[in-house]
Structures are given as C-alpha cells and as structure tokens.
Design a protein around this ligand. Sequence first.
Ligand code: NI
Length: 230
Amino acid sequence: MLISIPDVLNAEQVAHARQLLDAADWVDGKGTAGYQSAKAKDNMQLPENSPAARELGDMILSSLSRNPLFNAAALPLQIFPPLFNRYSGGQSFGTHVDNAIRIHPSAPVRIRTDLSATLFFAGPEEYDGGELCIEDTYGVQRVKLPPGHMVLYPSTSLHHVTPVTRGARICSFFWLQSMIRDDSKRSLLFDLDLSIQRLGRDLKNNTVAEQTSVQLTGVFHNLLRQWAEM
Ligand code: NI
C-alpha cells in the first residue's frame, strides 16, 4: 500500500525547517548507502548527528506521533530517526531497494524496514524532475508532493528518484518497523479502521449501527492482537 499523508508539518514548521536546511552543511550522500545503492546514489545529505538533523527529526517524529492517518496506516513499532537529503544540478538516485535492517544510531536497536517514508520540504514548483518513482503491483507511481506532505510505501518496493534538472529537491526520508510486518494484513487493518471511523461519524442514535460499530472495533483489536509483533 502506498499512501500520501497530507500536512504532517504545518506551514510554520516547514518555513522553520527550510531556514535550517538552507543554512546547513550538506555532505555526500554515499556515506549512508549500502555497497550496491552507493553506485546508484548521487545526492547530498545532512550528517546524522548535525544539530539541524536532530532538531528537525524530533519535530517530524513528534508531529507523526499525533497524526491519526499515519498511525492507522503504519501501525509503527520503531521509527528510524529521520535523515535529510538534497538533490540539485542533475543529481538522482537510480533504482534500488532499501536495506532490510537498519541499526538505530543512538540505541541498541535493530529496525526491520517495513515501510519507507519521504517528507517533502520544497514545493513542486521550486524544482524540475526529482520525482520519487515507486514500482508497485499497479505499475510505477510517480510522487512529488507539496511541502509538509509525506508518502509512505512498502520498503520492499524498487524505487528511484529522477534527475533534478532545475532548483533543489529537499526531503526527509526514514524507515520504520511496523507492528504488522505483512503489507496486505496492514492494509486490511487500515481499511477496517477507516470503515469503523466512518461508521462512527454516522451513528445518529441508531442502536444497530452502534452495536455493529462496537463489534467491528472488537474485530479490529482482536486481529491486531493476533498479528502484532512487539
Ligand atoms: Ni531508497
């Protein structure tokens, strides 16, 4: 399942982030790539421990923790601290799959990458190219979102970033381990959750609908109890 999550950050947060990112010292992005993806990767990154990366990473994680759509879609267990990249002057990232396991930089925790996330900081009108192209079962999805918006997609997908031929594409990217490893099970729980929420908005003292809502909520939690890995 590929899903866009709008307004993860508000306009003020995006503006603050842009101030820090535009003034930051960027380094060659090959530093965090695996052997194979280093050959495909041509971009700049913020060093993981730079003050800007830490401050903005915390801001993103704090916003995500309060985002109902993100939590319903991802059912997150562990989130890797957000990283930041910048593409300009024809830079691109060729087709690759993200590493399966990431070691948390500041905790003795290994994170299985079930979902990959890209959060956009530059508006689509600021640069040409720089589309995130994700191959899924329905073909190639080309993603380029407004600032503050984020795309979440299965880390099993082959993906690439097309060359940025004008301006600069600035994004945050990170991975997470979900409580639900299997993408199709996670999608079922998401659909069920959305249906329950929709039903809840339309109850209007209808006893049968209320009982159905309670029953479906029970089904949701009992499936989660069966499938969740902690
Ligand atoms: Ni990638």
